[in-house]
Design a protein around this ligand. Structure first.
Ligand code: SUD
Ligand code: ADP
Length: 287
């Protein structure tokens, strides 16, 4: 019999700081970062097809053929790992900008792994799902685990963390930044000394991609210099999304109304437990 899960959240993440501490022999970069979730994201609906193993996704994303979409790749990976012959019909409501440093594609993939693992009764434990997730991208495991985390390695070594959960103004300068292009740039800072939690707590951590990305993208420079005039404005991941914490929703809302012309913005809240895990009542703290 066909089973369904509808309107599941695929939340955005932000990197509260991002340091690049080295480069591995395979070209991937060693990071230190602090991930937090936002109550803003894509939505996904799933219906299983017990007698048809195809994975059907609609709508297709512009410029991303279905077989390259992380949702379809996640579903196929779970089929391969478990040997299930079931398929699924998946609907995507895309809200997060692509290449926005908010991890939208990675979060879609994680929501797919968690939803289909439940609907297909394949029952892989979360740590095993997180190991599969890493094959899809460095950012996918944190969305599977579902707790805000201090991350090291390429982003897969995760320690639960409880940073403050302020309101944020999220500002979208409207450009797409390719993660691979930033990591491949000769001018990127790649030798930050390792830091500890105390360094973050005392304001000594930033985003090592920021100087380069500001130089390459004038719109990001414009948005970030405006946000830094308001408070602790920062860039998420390799860009392009920008954020600034506020003590109240009203303050964030007032800032939103004065945002630079031509830029989209949202007021949202930071969460140390993923909205997906809250929605499905997955016990993250027992991991
Ligand atoms: C930088 C971060 C920080 O959260 O986020 P985004 O800006 O993409 O959101 C992530 O580590 C991104 O993770 P993710 O977007 O999953 O990256 P992947 O698909 O694994 O990698 C894309 C490309 O970036 C480079 N890459 C990625 C991660 C890493 N630690 N070192 C790298 O050098 C590689 O060239 C890789 O081919
Ligand atoms: N479901 C998906 N949603 C968004 N992007 C996807 C998806 N599947 C594959 N991609 C590809 O991954 C790239 C990075 O997407 P995204 O995760 O949104 O940005 P970022 O890694 O900067 O946070 C996109 O430009 C797109 O080519």
């Amino acid at each position: 019999m066909s089973r369904e899960l509808n309107h599941l959240p695929a939340p955005a993440k932000i990197n509260l700081f991002l340091h690049i501490t080295g480069r591995r022999a395979d070209g991937y970069h060693e990071l230190q970062t602090l991930f937090q979730f936002l109550d803003l994201g894509d939505r996904l609906s799933f219906r299983t097809t017990p007698k048809d193993s195809r994975i059907l996704l609609s709508p297709e994303l512009p410029g991303v053929p279905a077989e390259q979409n992380l949702i379809v790749r996640a579903a196929r990976l779970l089929q391969q790992a478990t040997g299930t012959r079931q398929g699924a019909v998946i609907q995507l409501q895309k809200r997060l900008p692509m290449g926005g440093g908010l991890g939208g594609g990675s979060s879609d993939a994680a929501t797919t792994l968690i939803a289909l693992n439940r609907l297909w009764d394949t029952e892989l434990p979360l740590p095993e799902l997180a190991a599969l997730a890493l094959q899809l991208g460095a950012d996918v495991p944190v969305f599977v685990r579902g707790f805000a985390a201090w991350a090291e390695g390429v982003g897969e070594k995760l320690q639960p963390a409880s940073p403050p959960t302020p309101w944020y103004l999220l500002l979208l300068p409207g450009c797409e930044v390719a993660t691979a292009a930033v990591f491949g740039h000769p001018d990127l800072t790649r030798n930050s000394p390792p830091v500890q939690w105390q360094d973050y707590a005392e304001g000594r951590c930033g985003n090592d991609c920021e100087a380069l990305v500001r130089r390459l993208y004038p719109e990001i420079e414009r948005g970030l210099s405006w946000l830094k005039g308001l408070g602790r404005g920062a860039m998420s991941g390799t860009g392009a999304s920008l954020f600034c914490p506020f003590e109240s929703e009203e303050e964030a809302q007032r800032a939103l109304e004065q945002r630079p012309e031509g830029m989209e913005g949202f007021v949202c809240r930071g969460h140390n437990r993923s909205p997906l895990h809250q929605h499905l009542q997955i016990q993250t703290e027992t991991l």
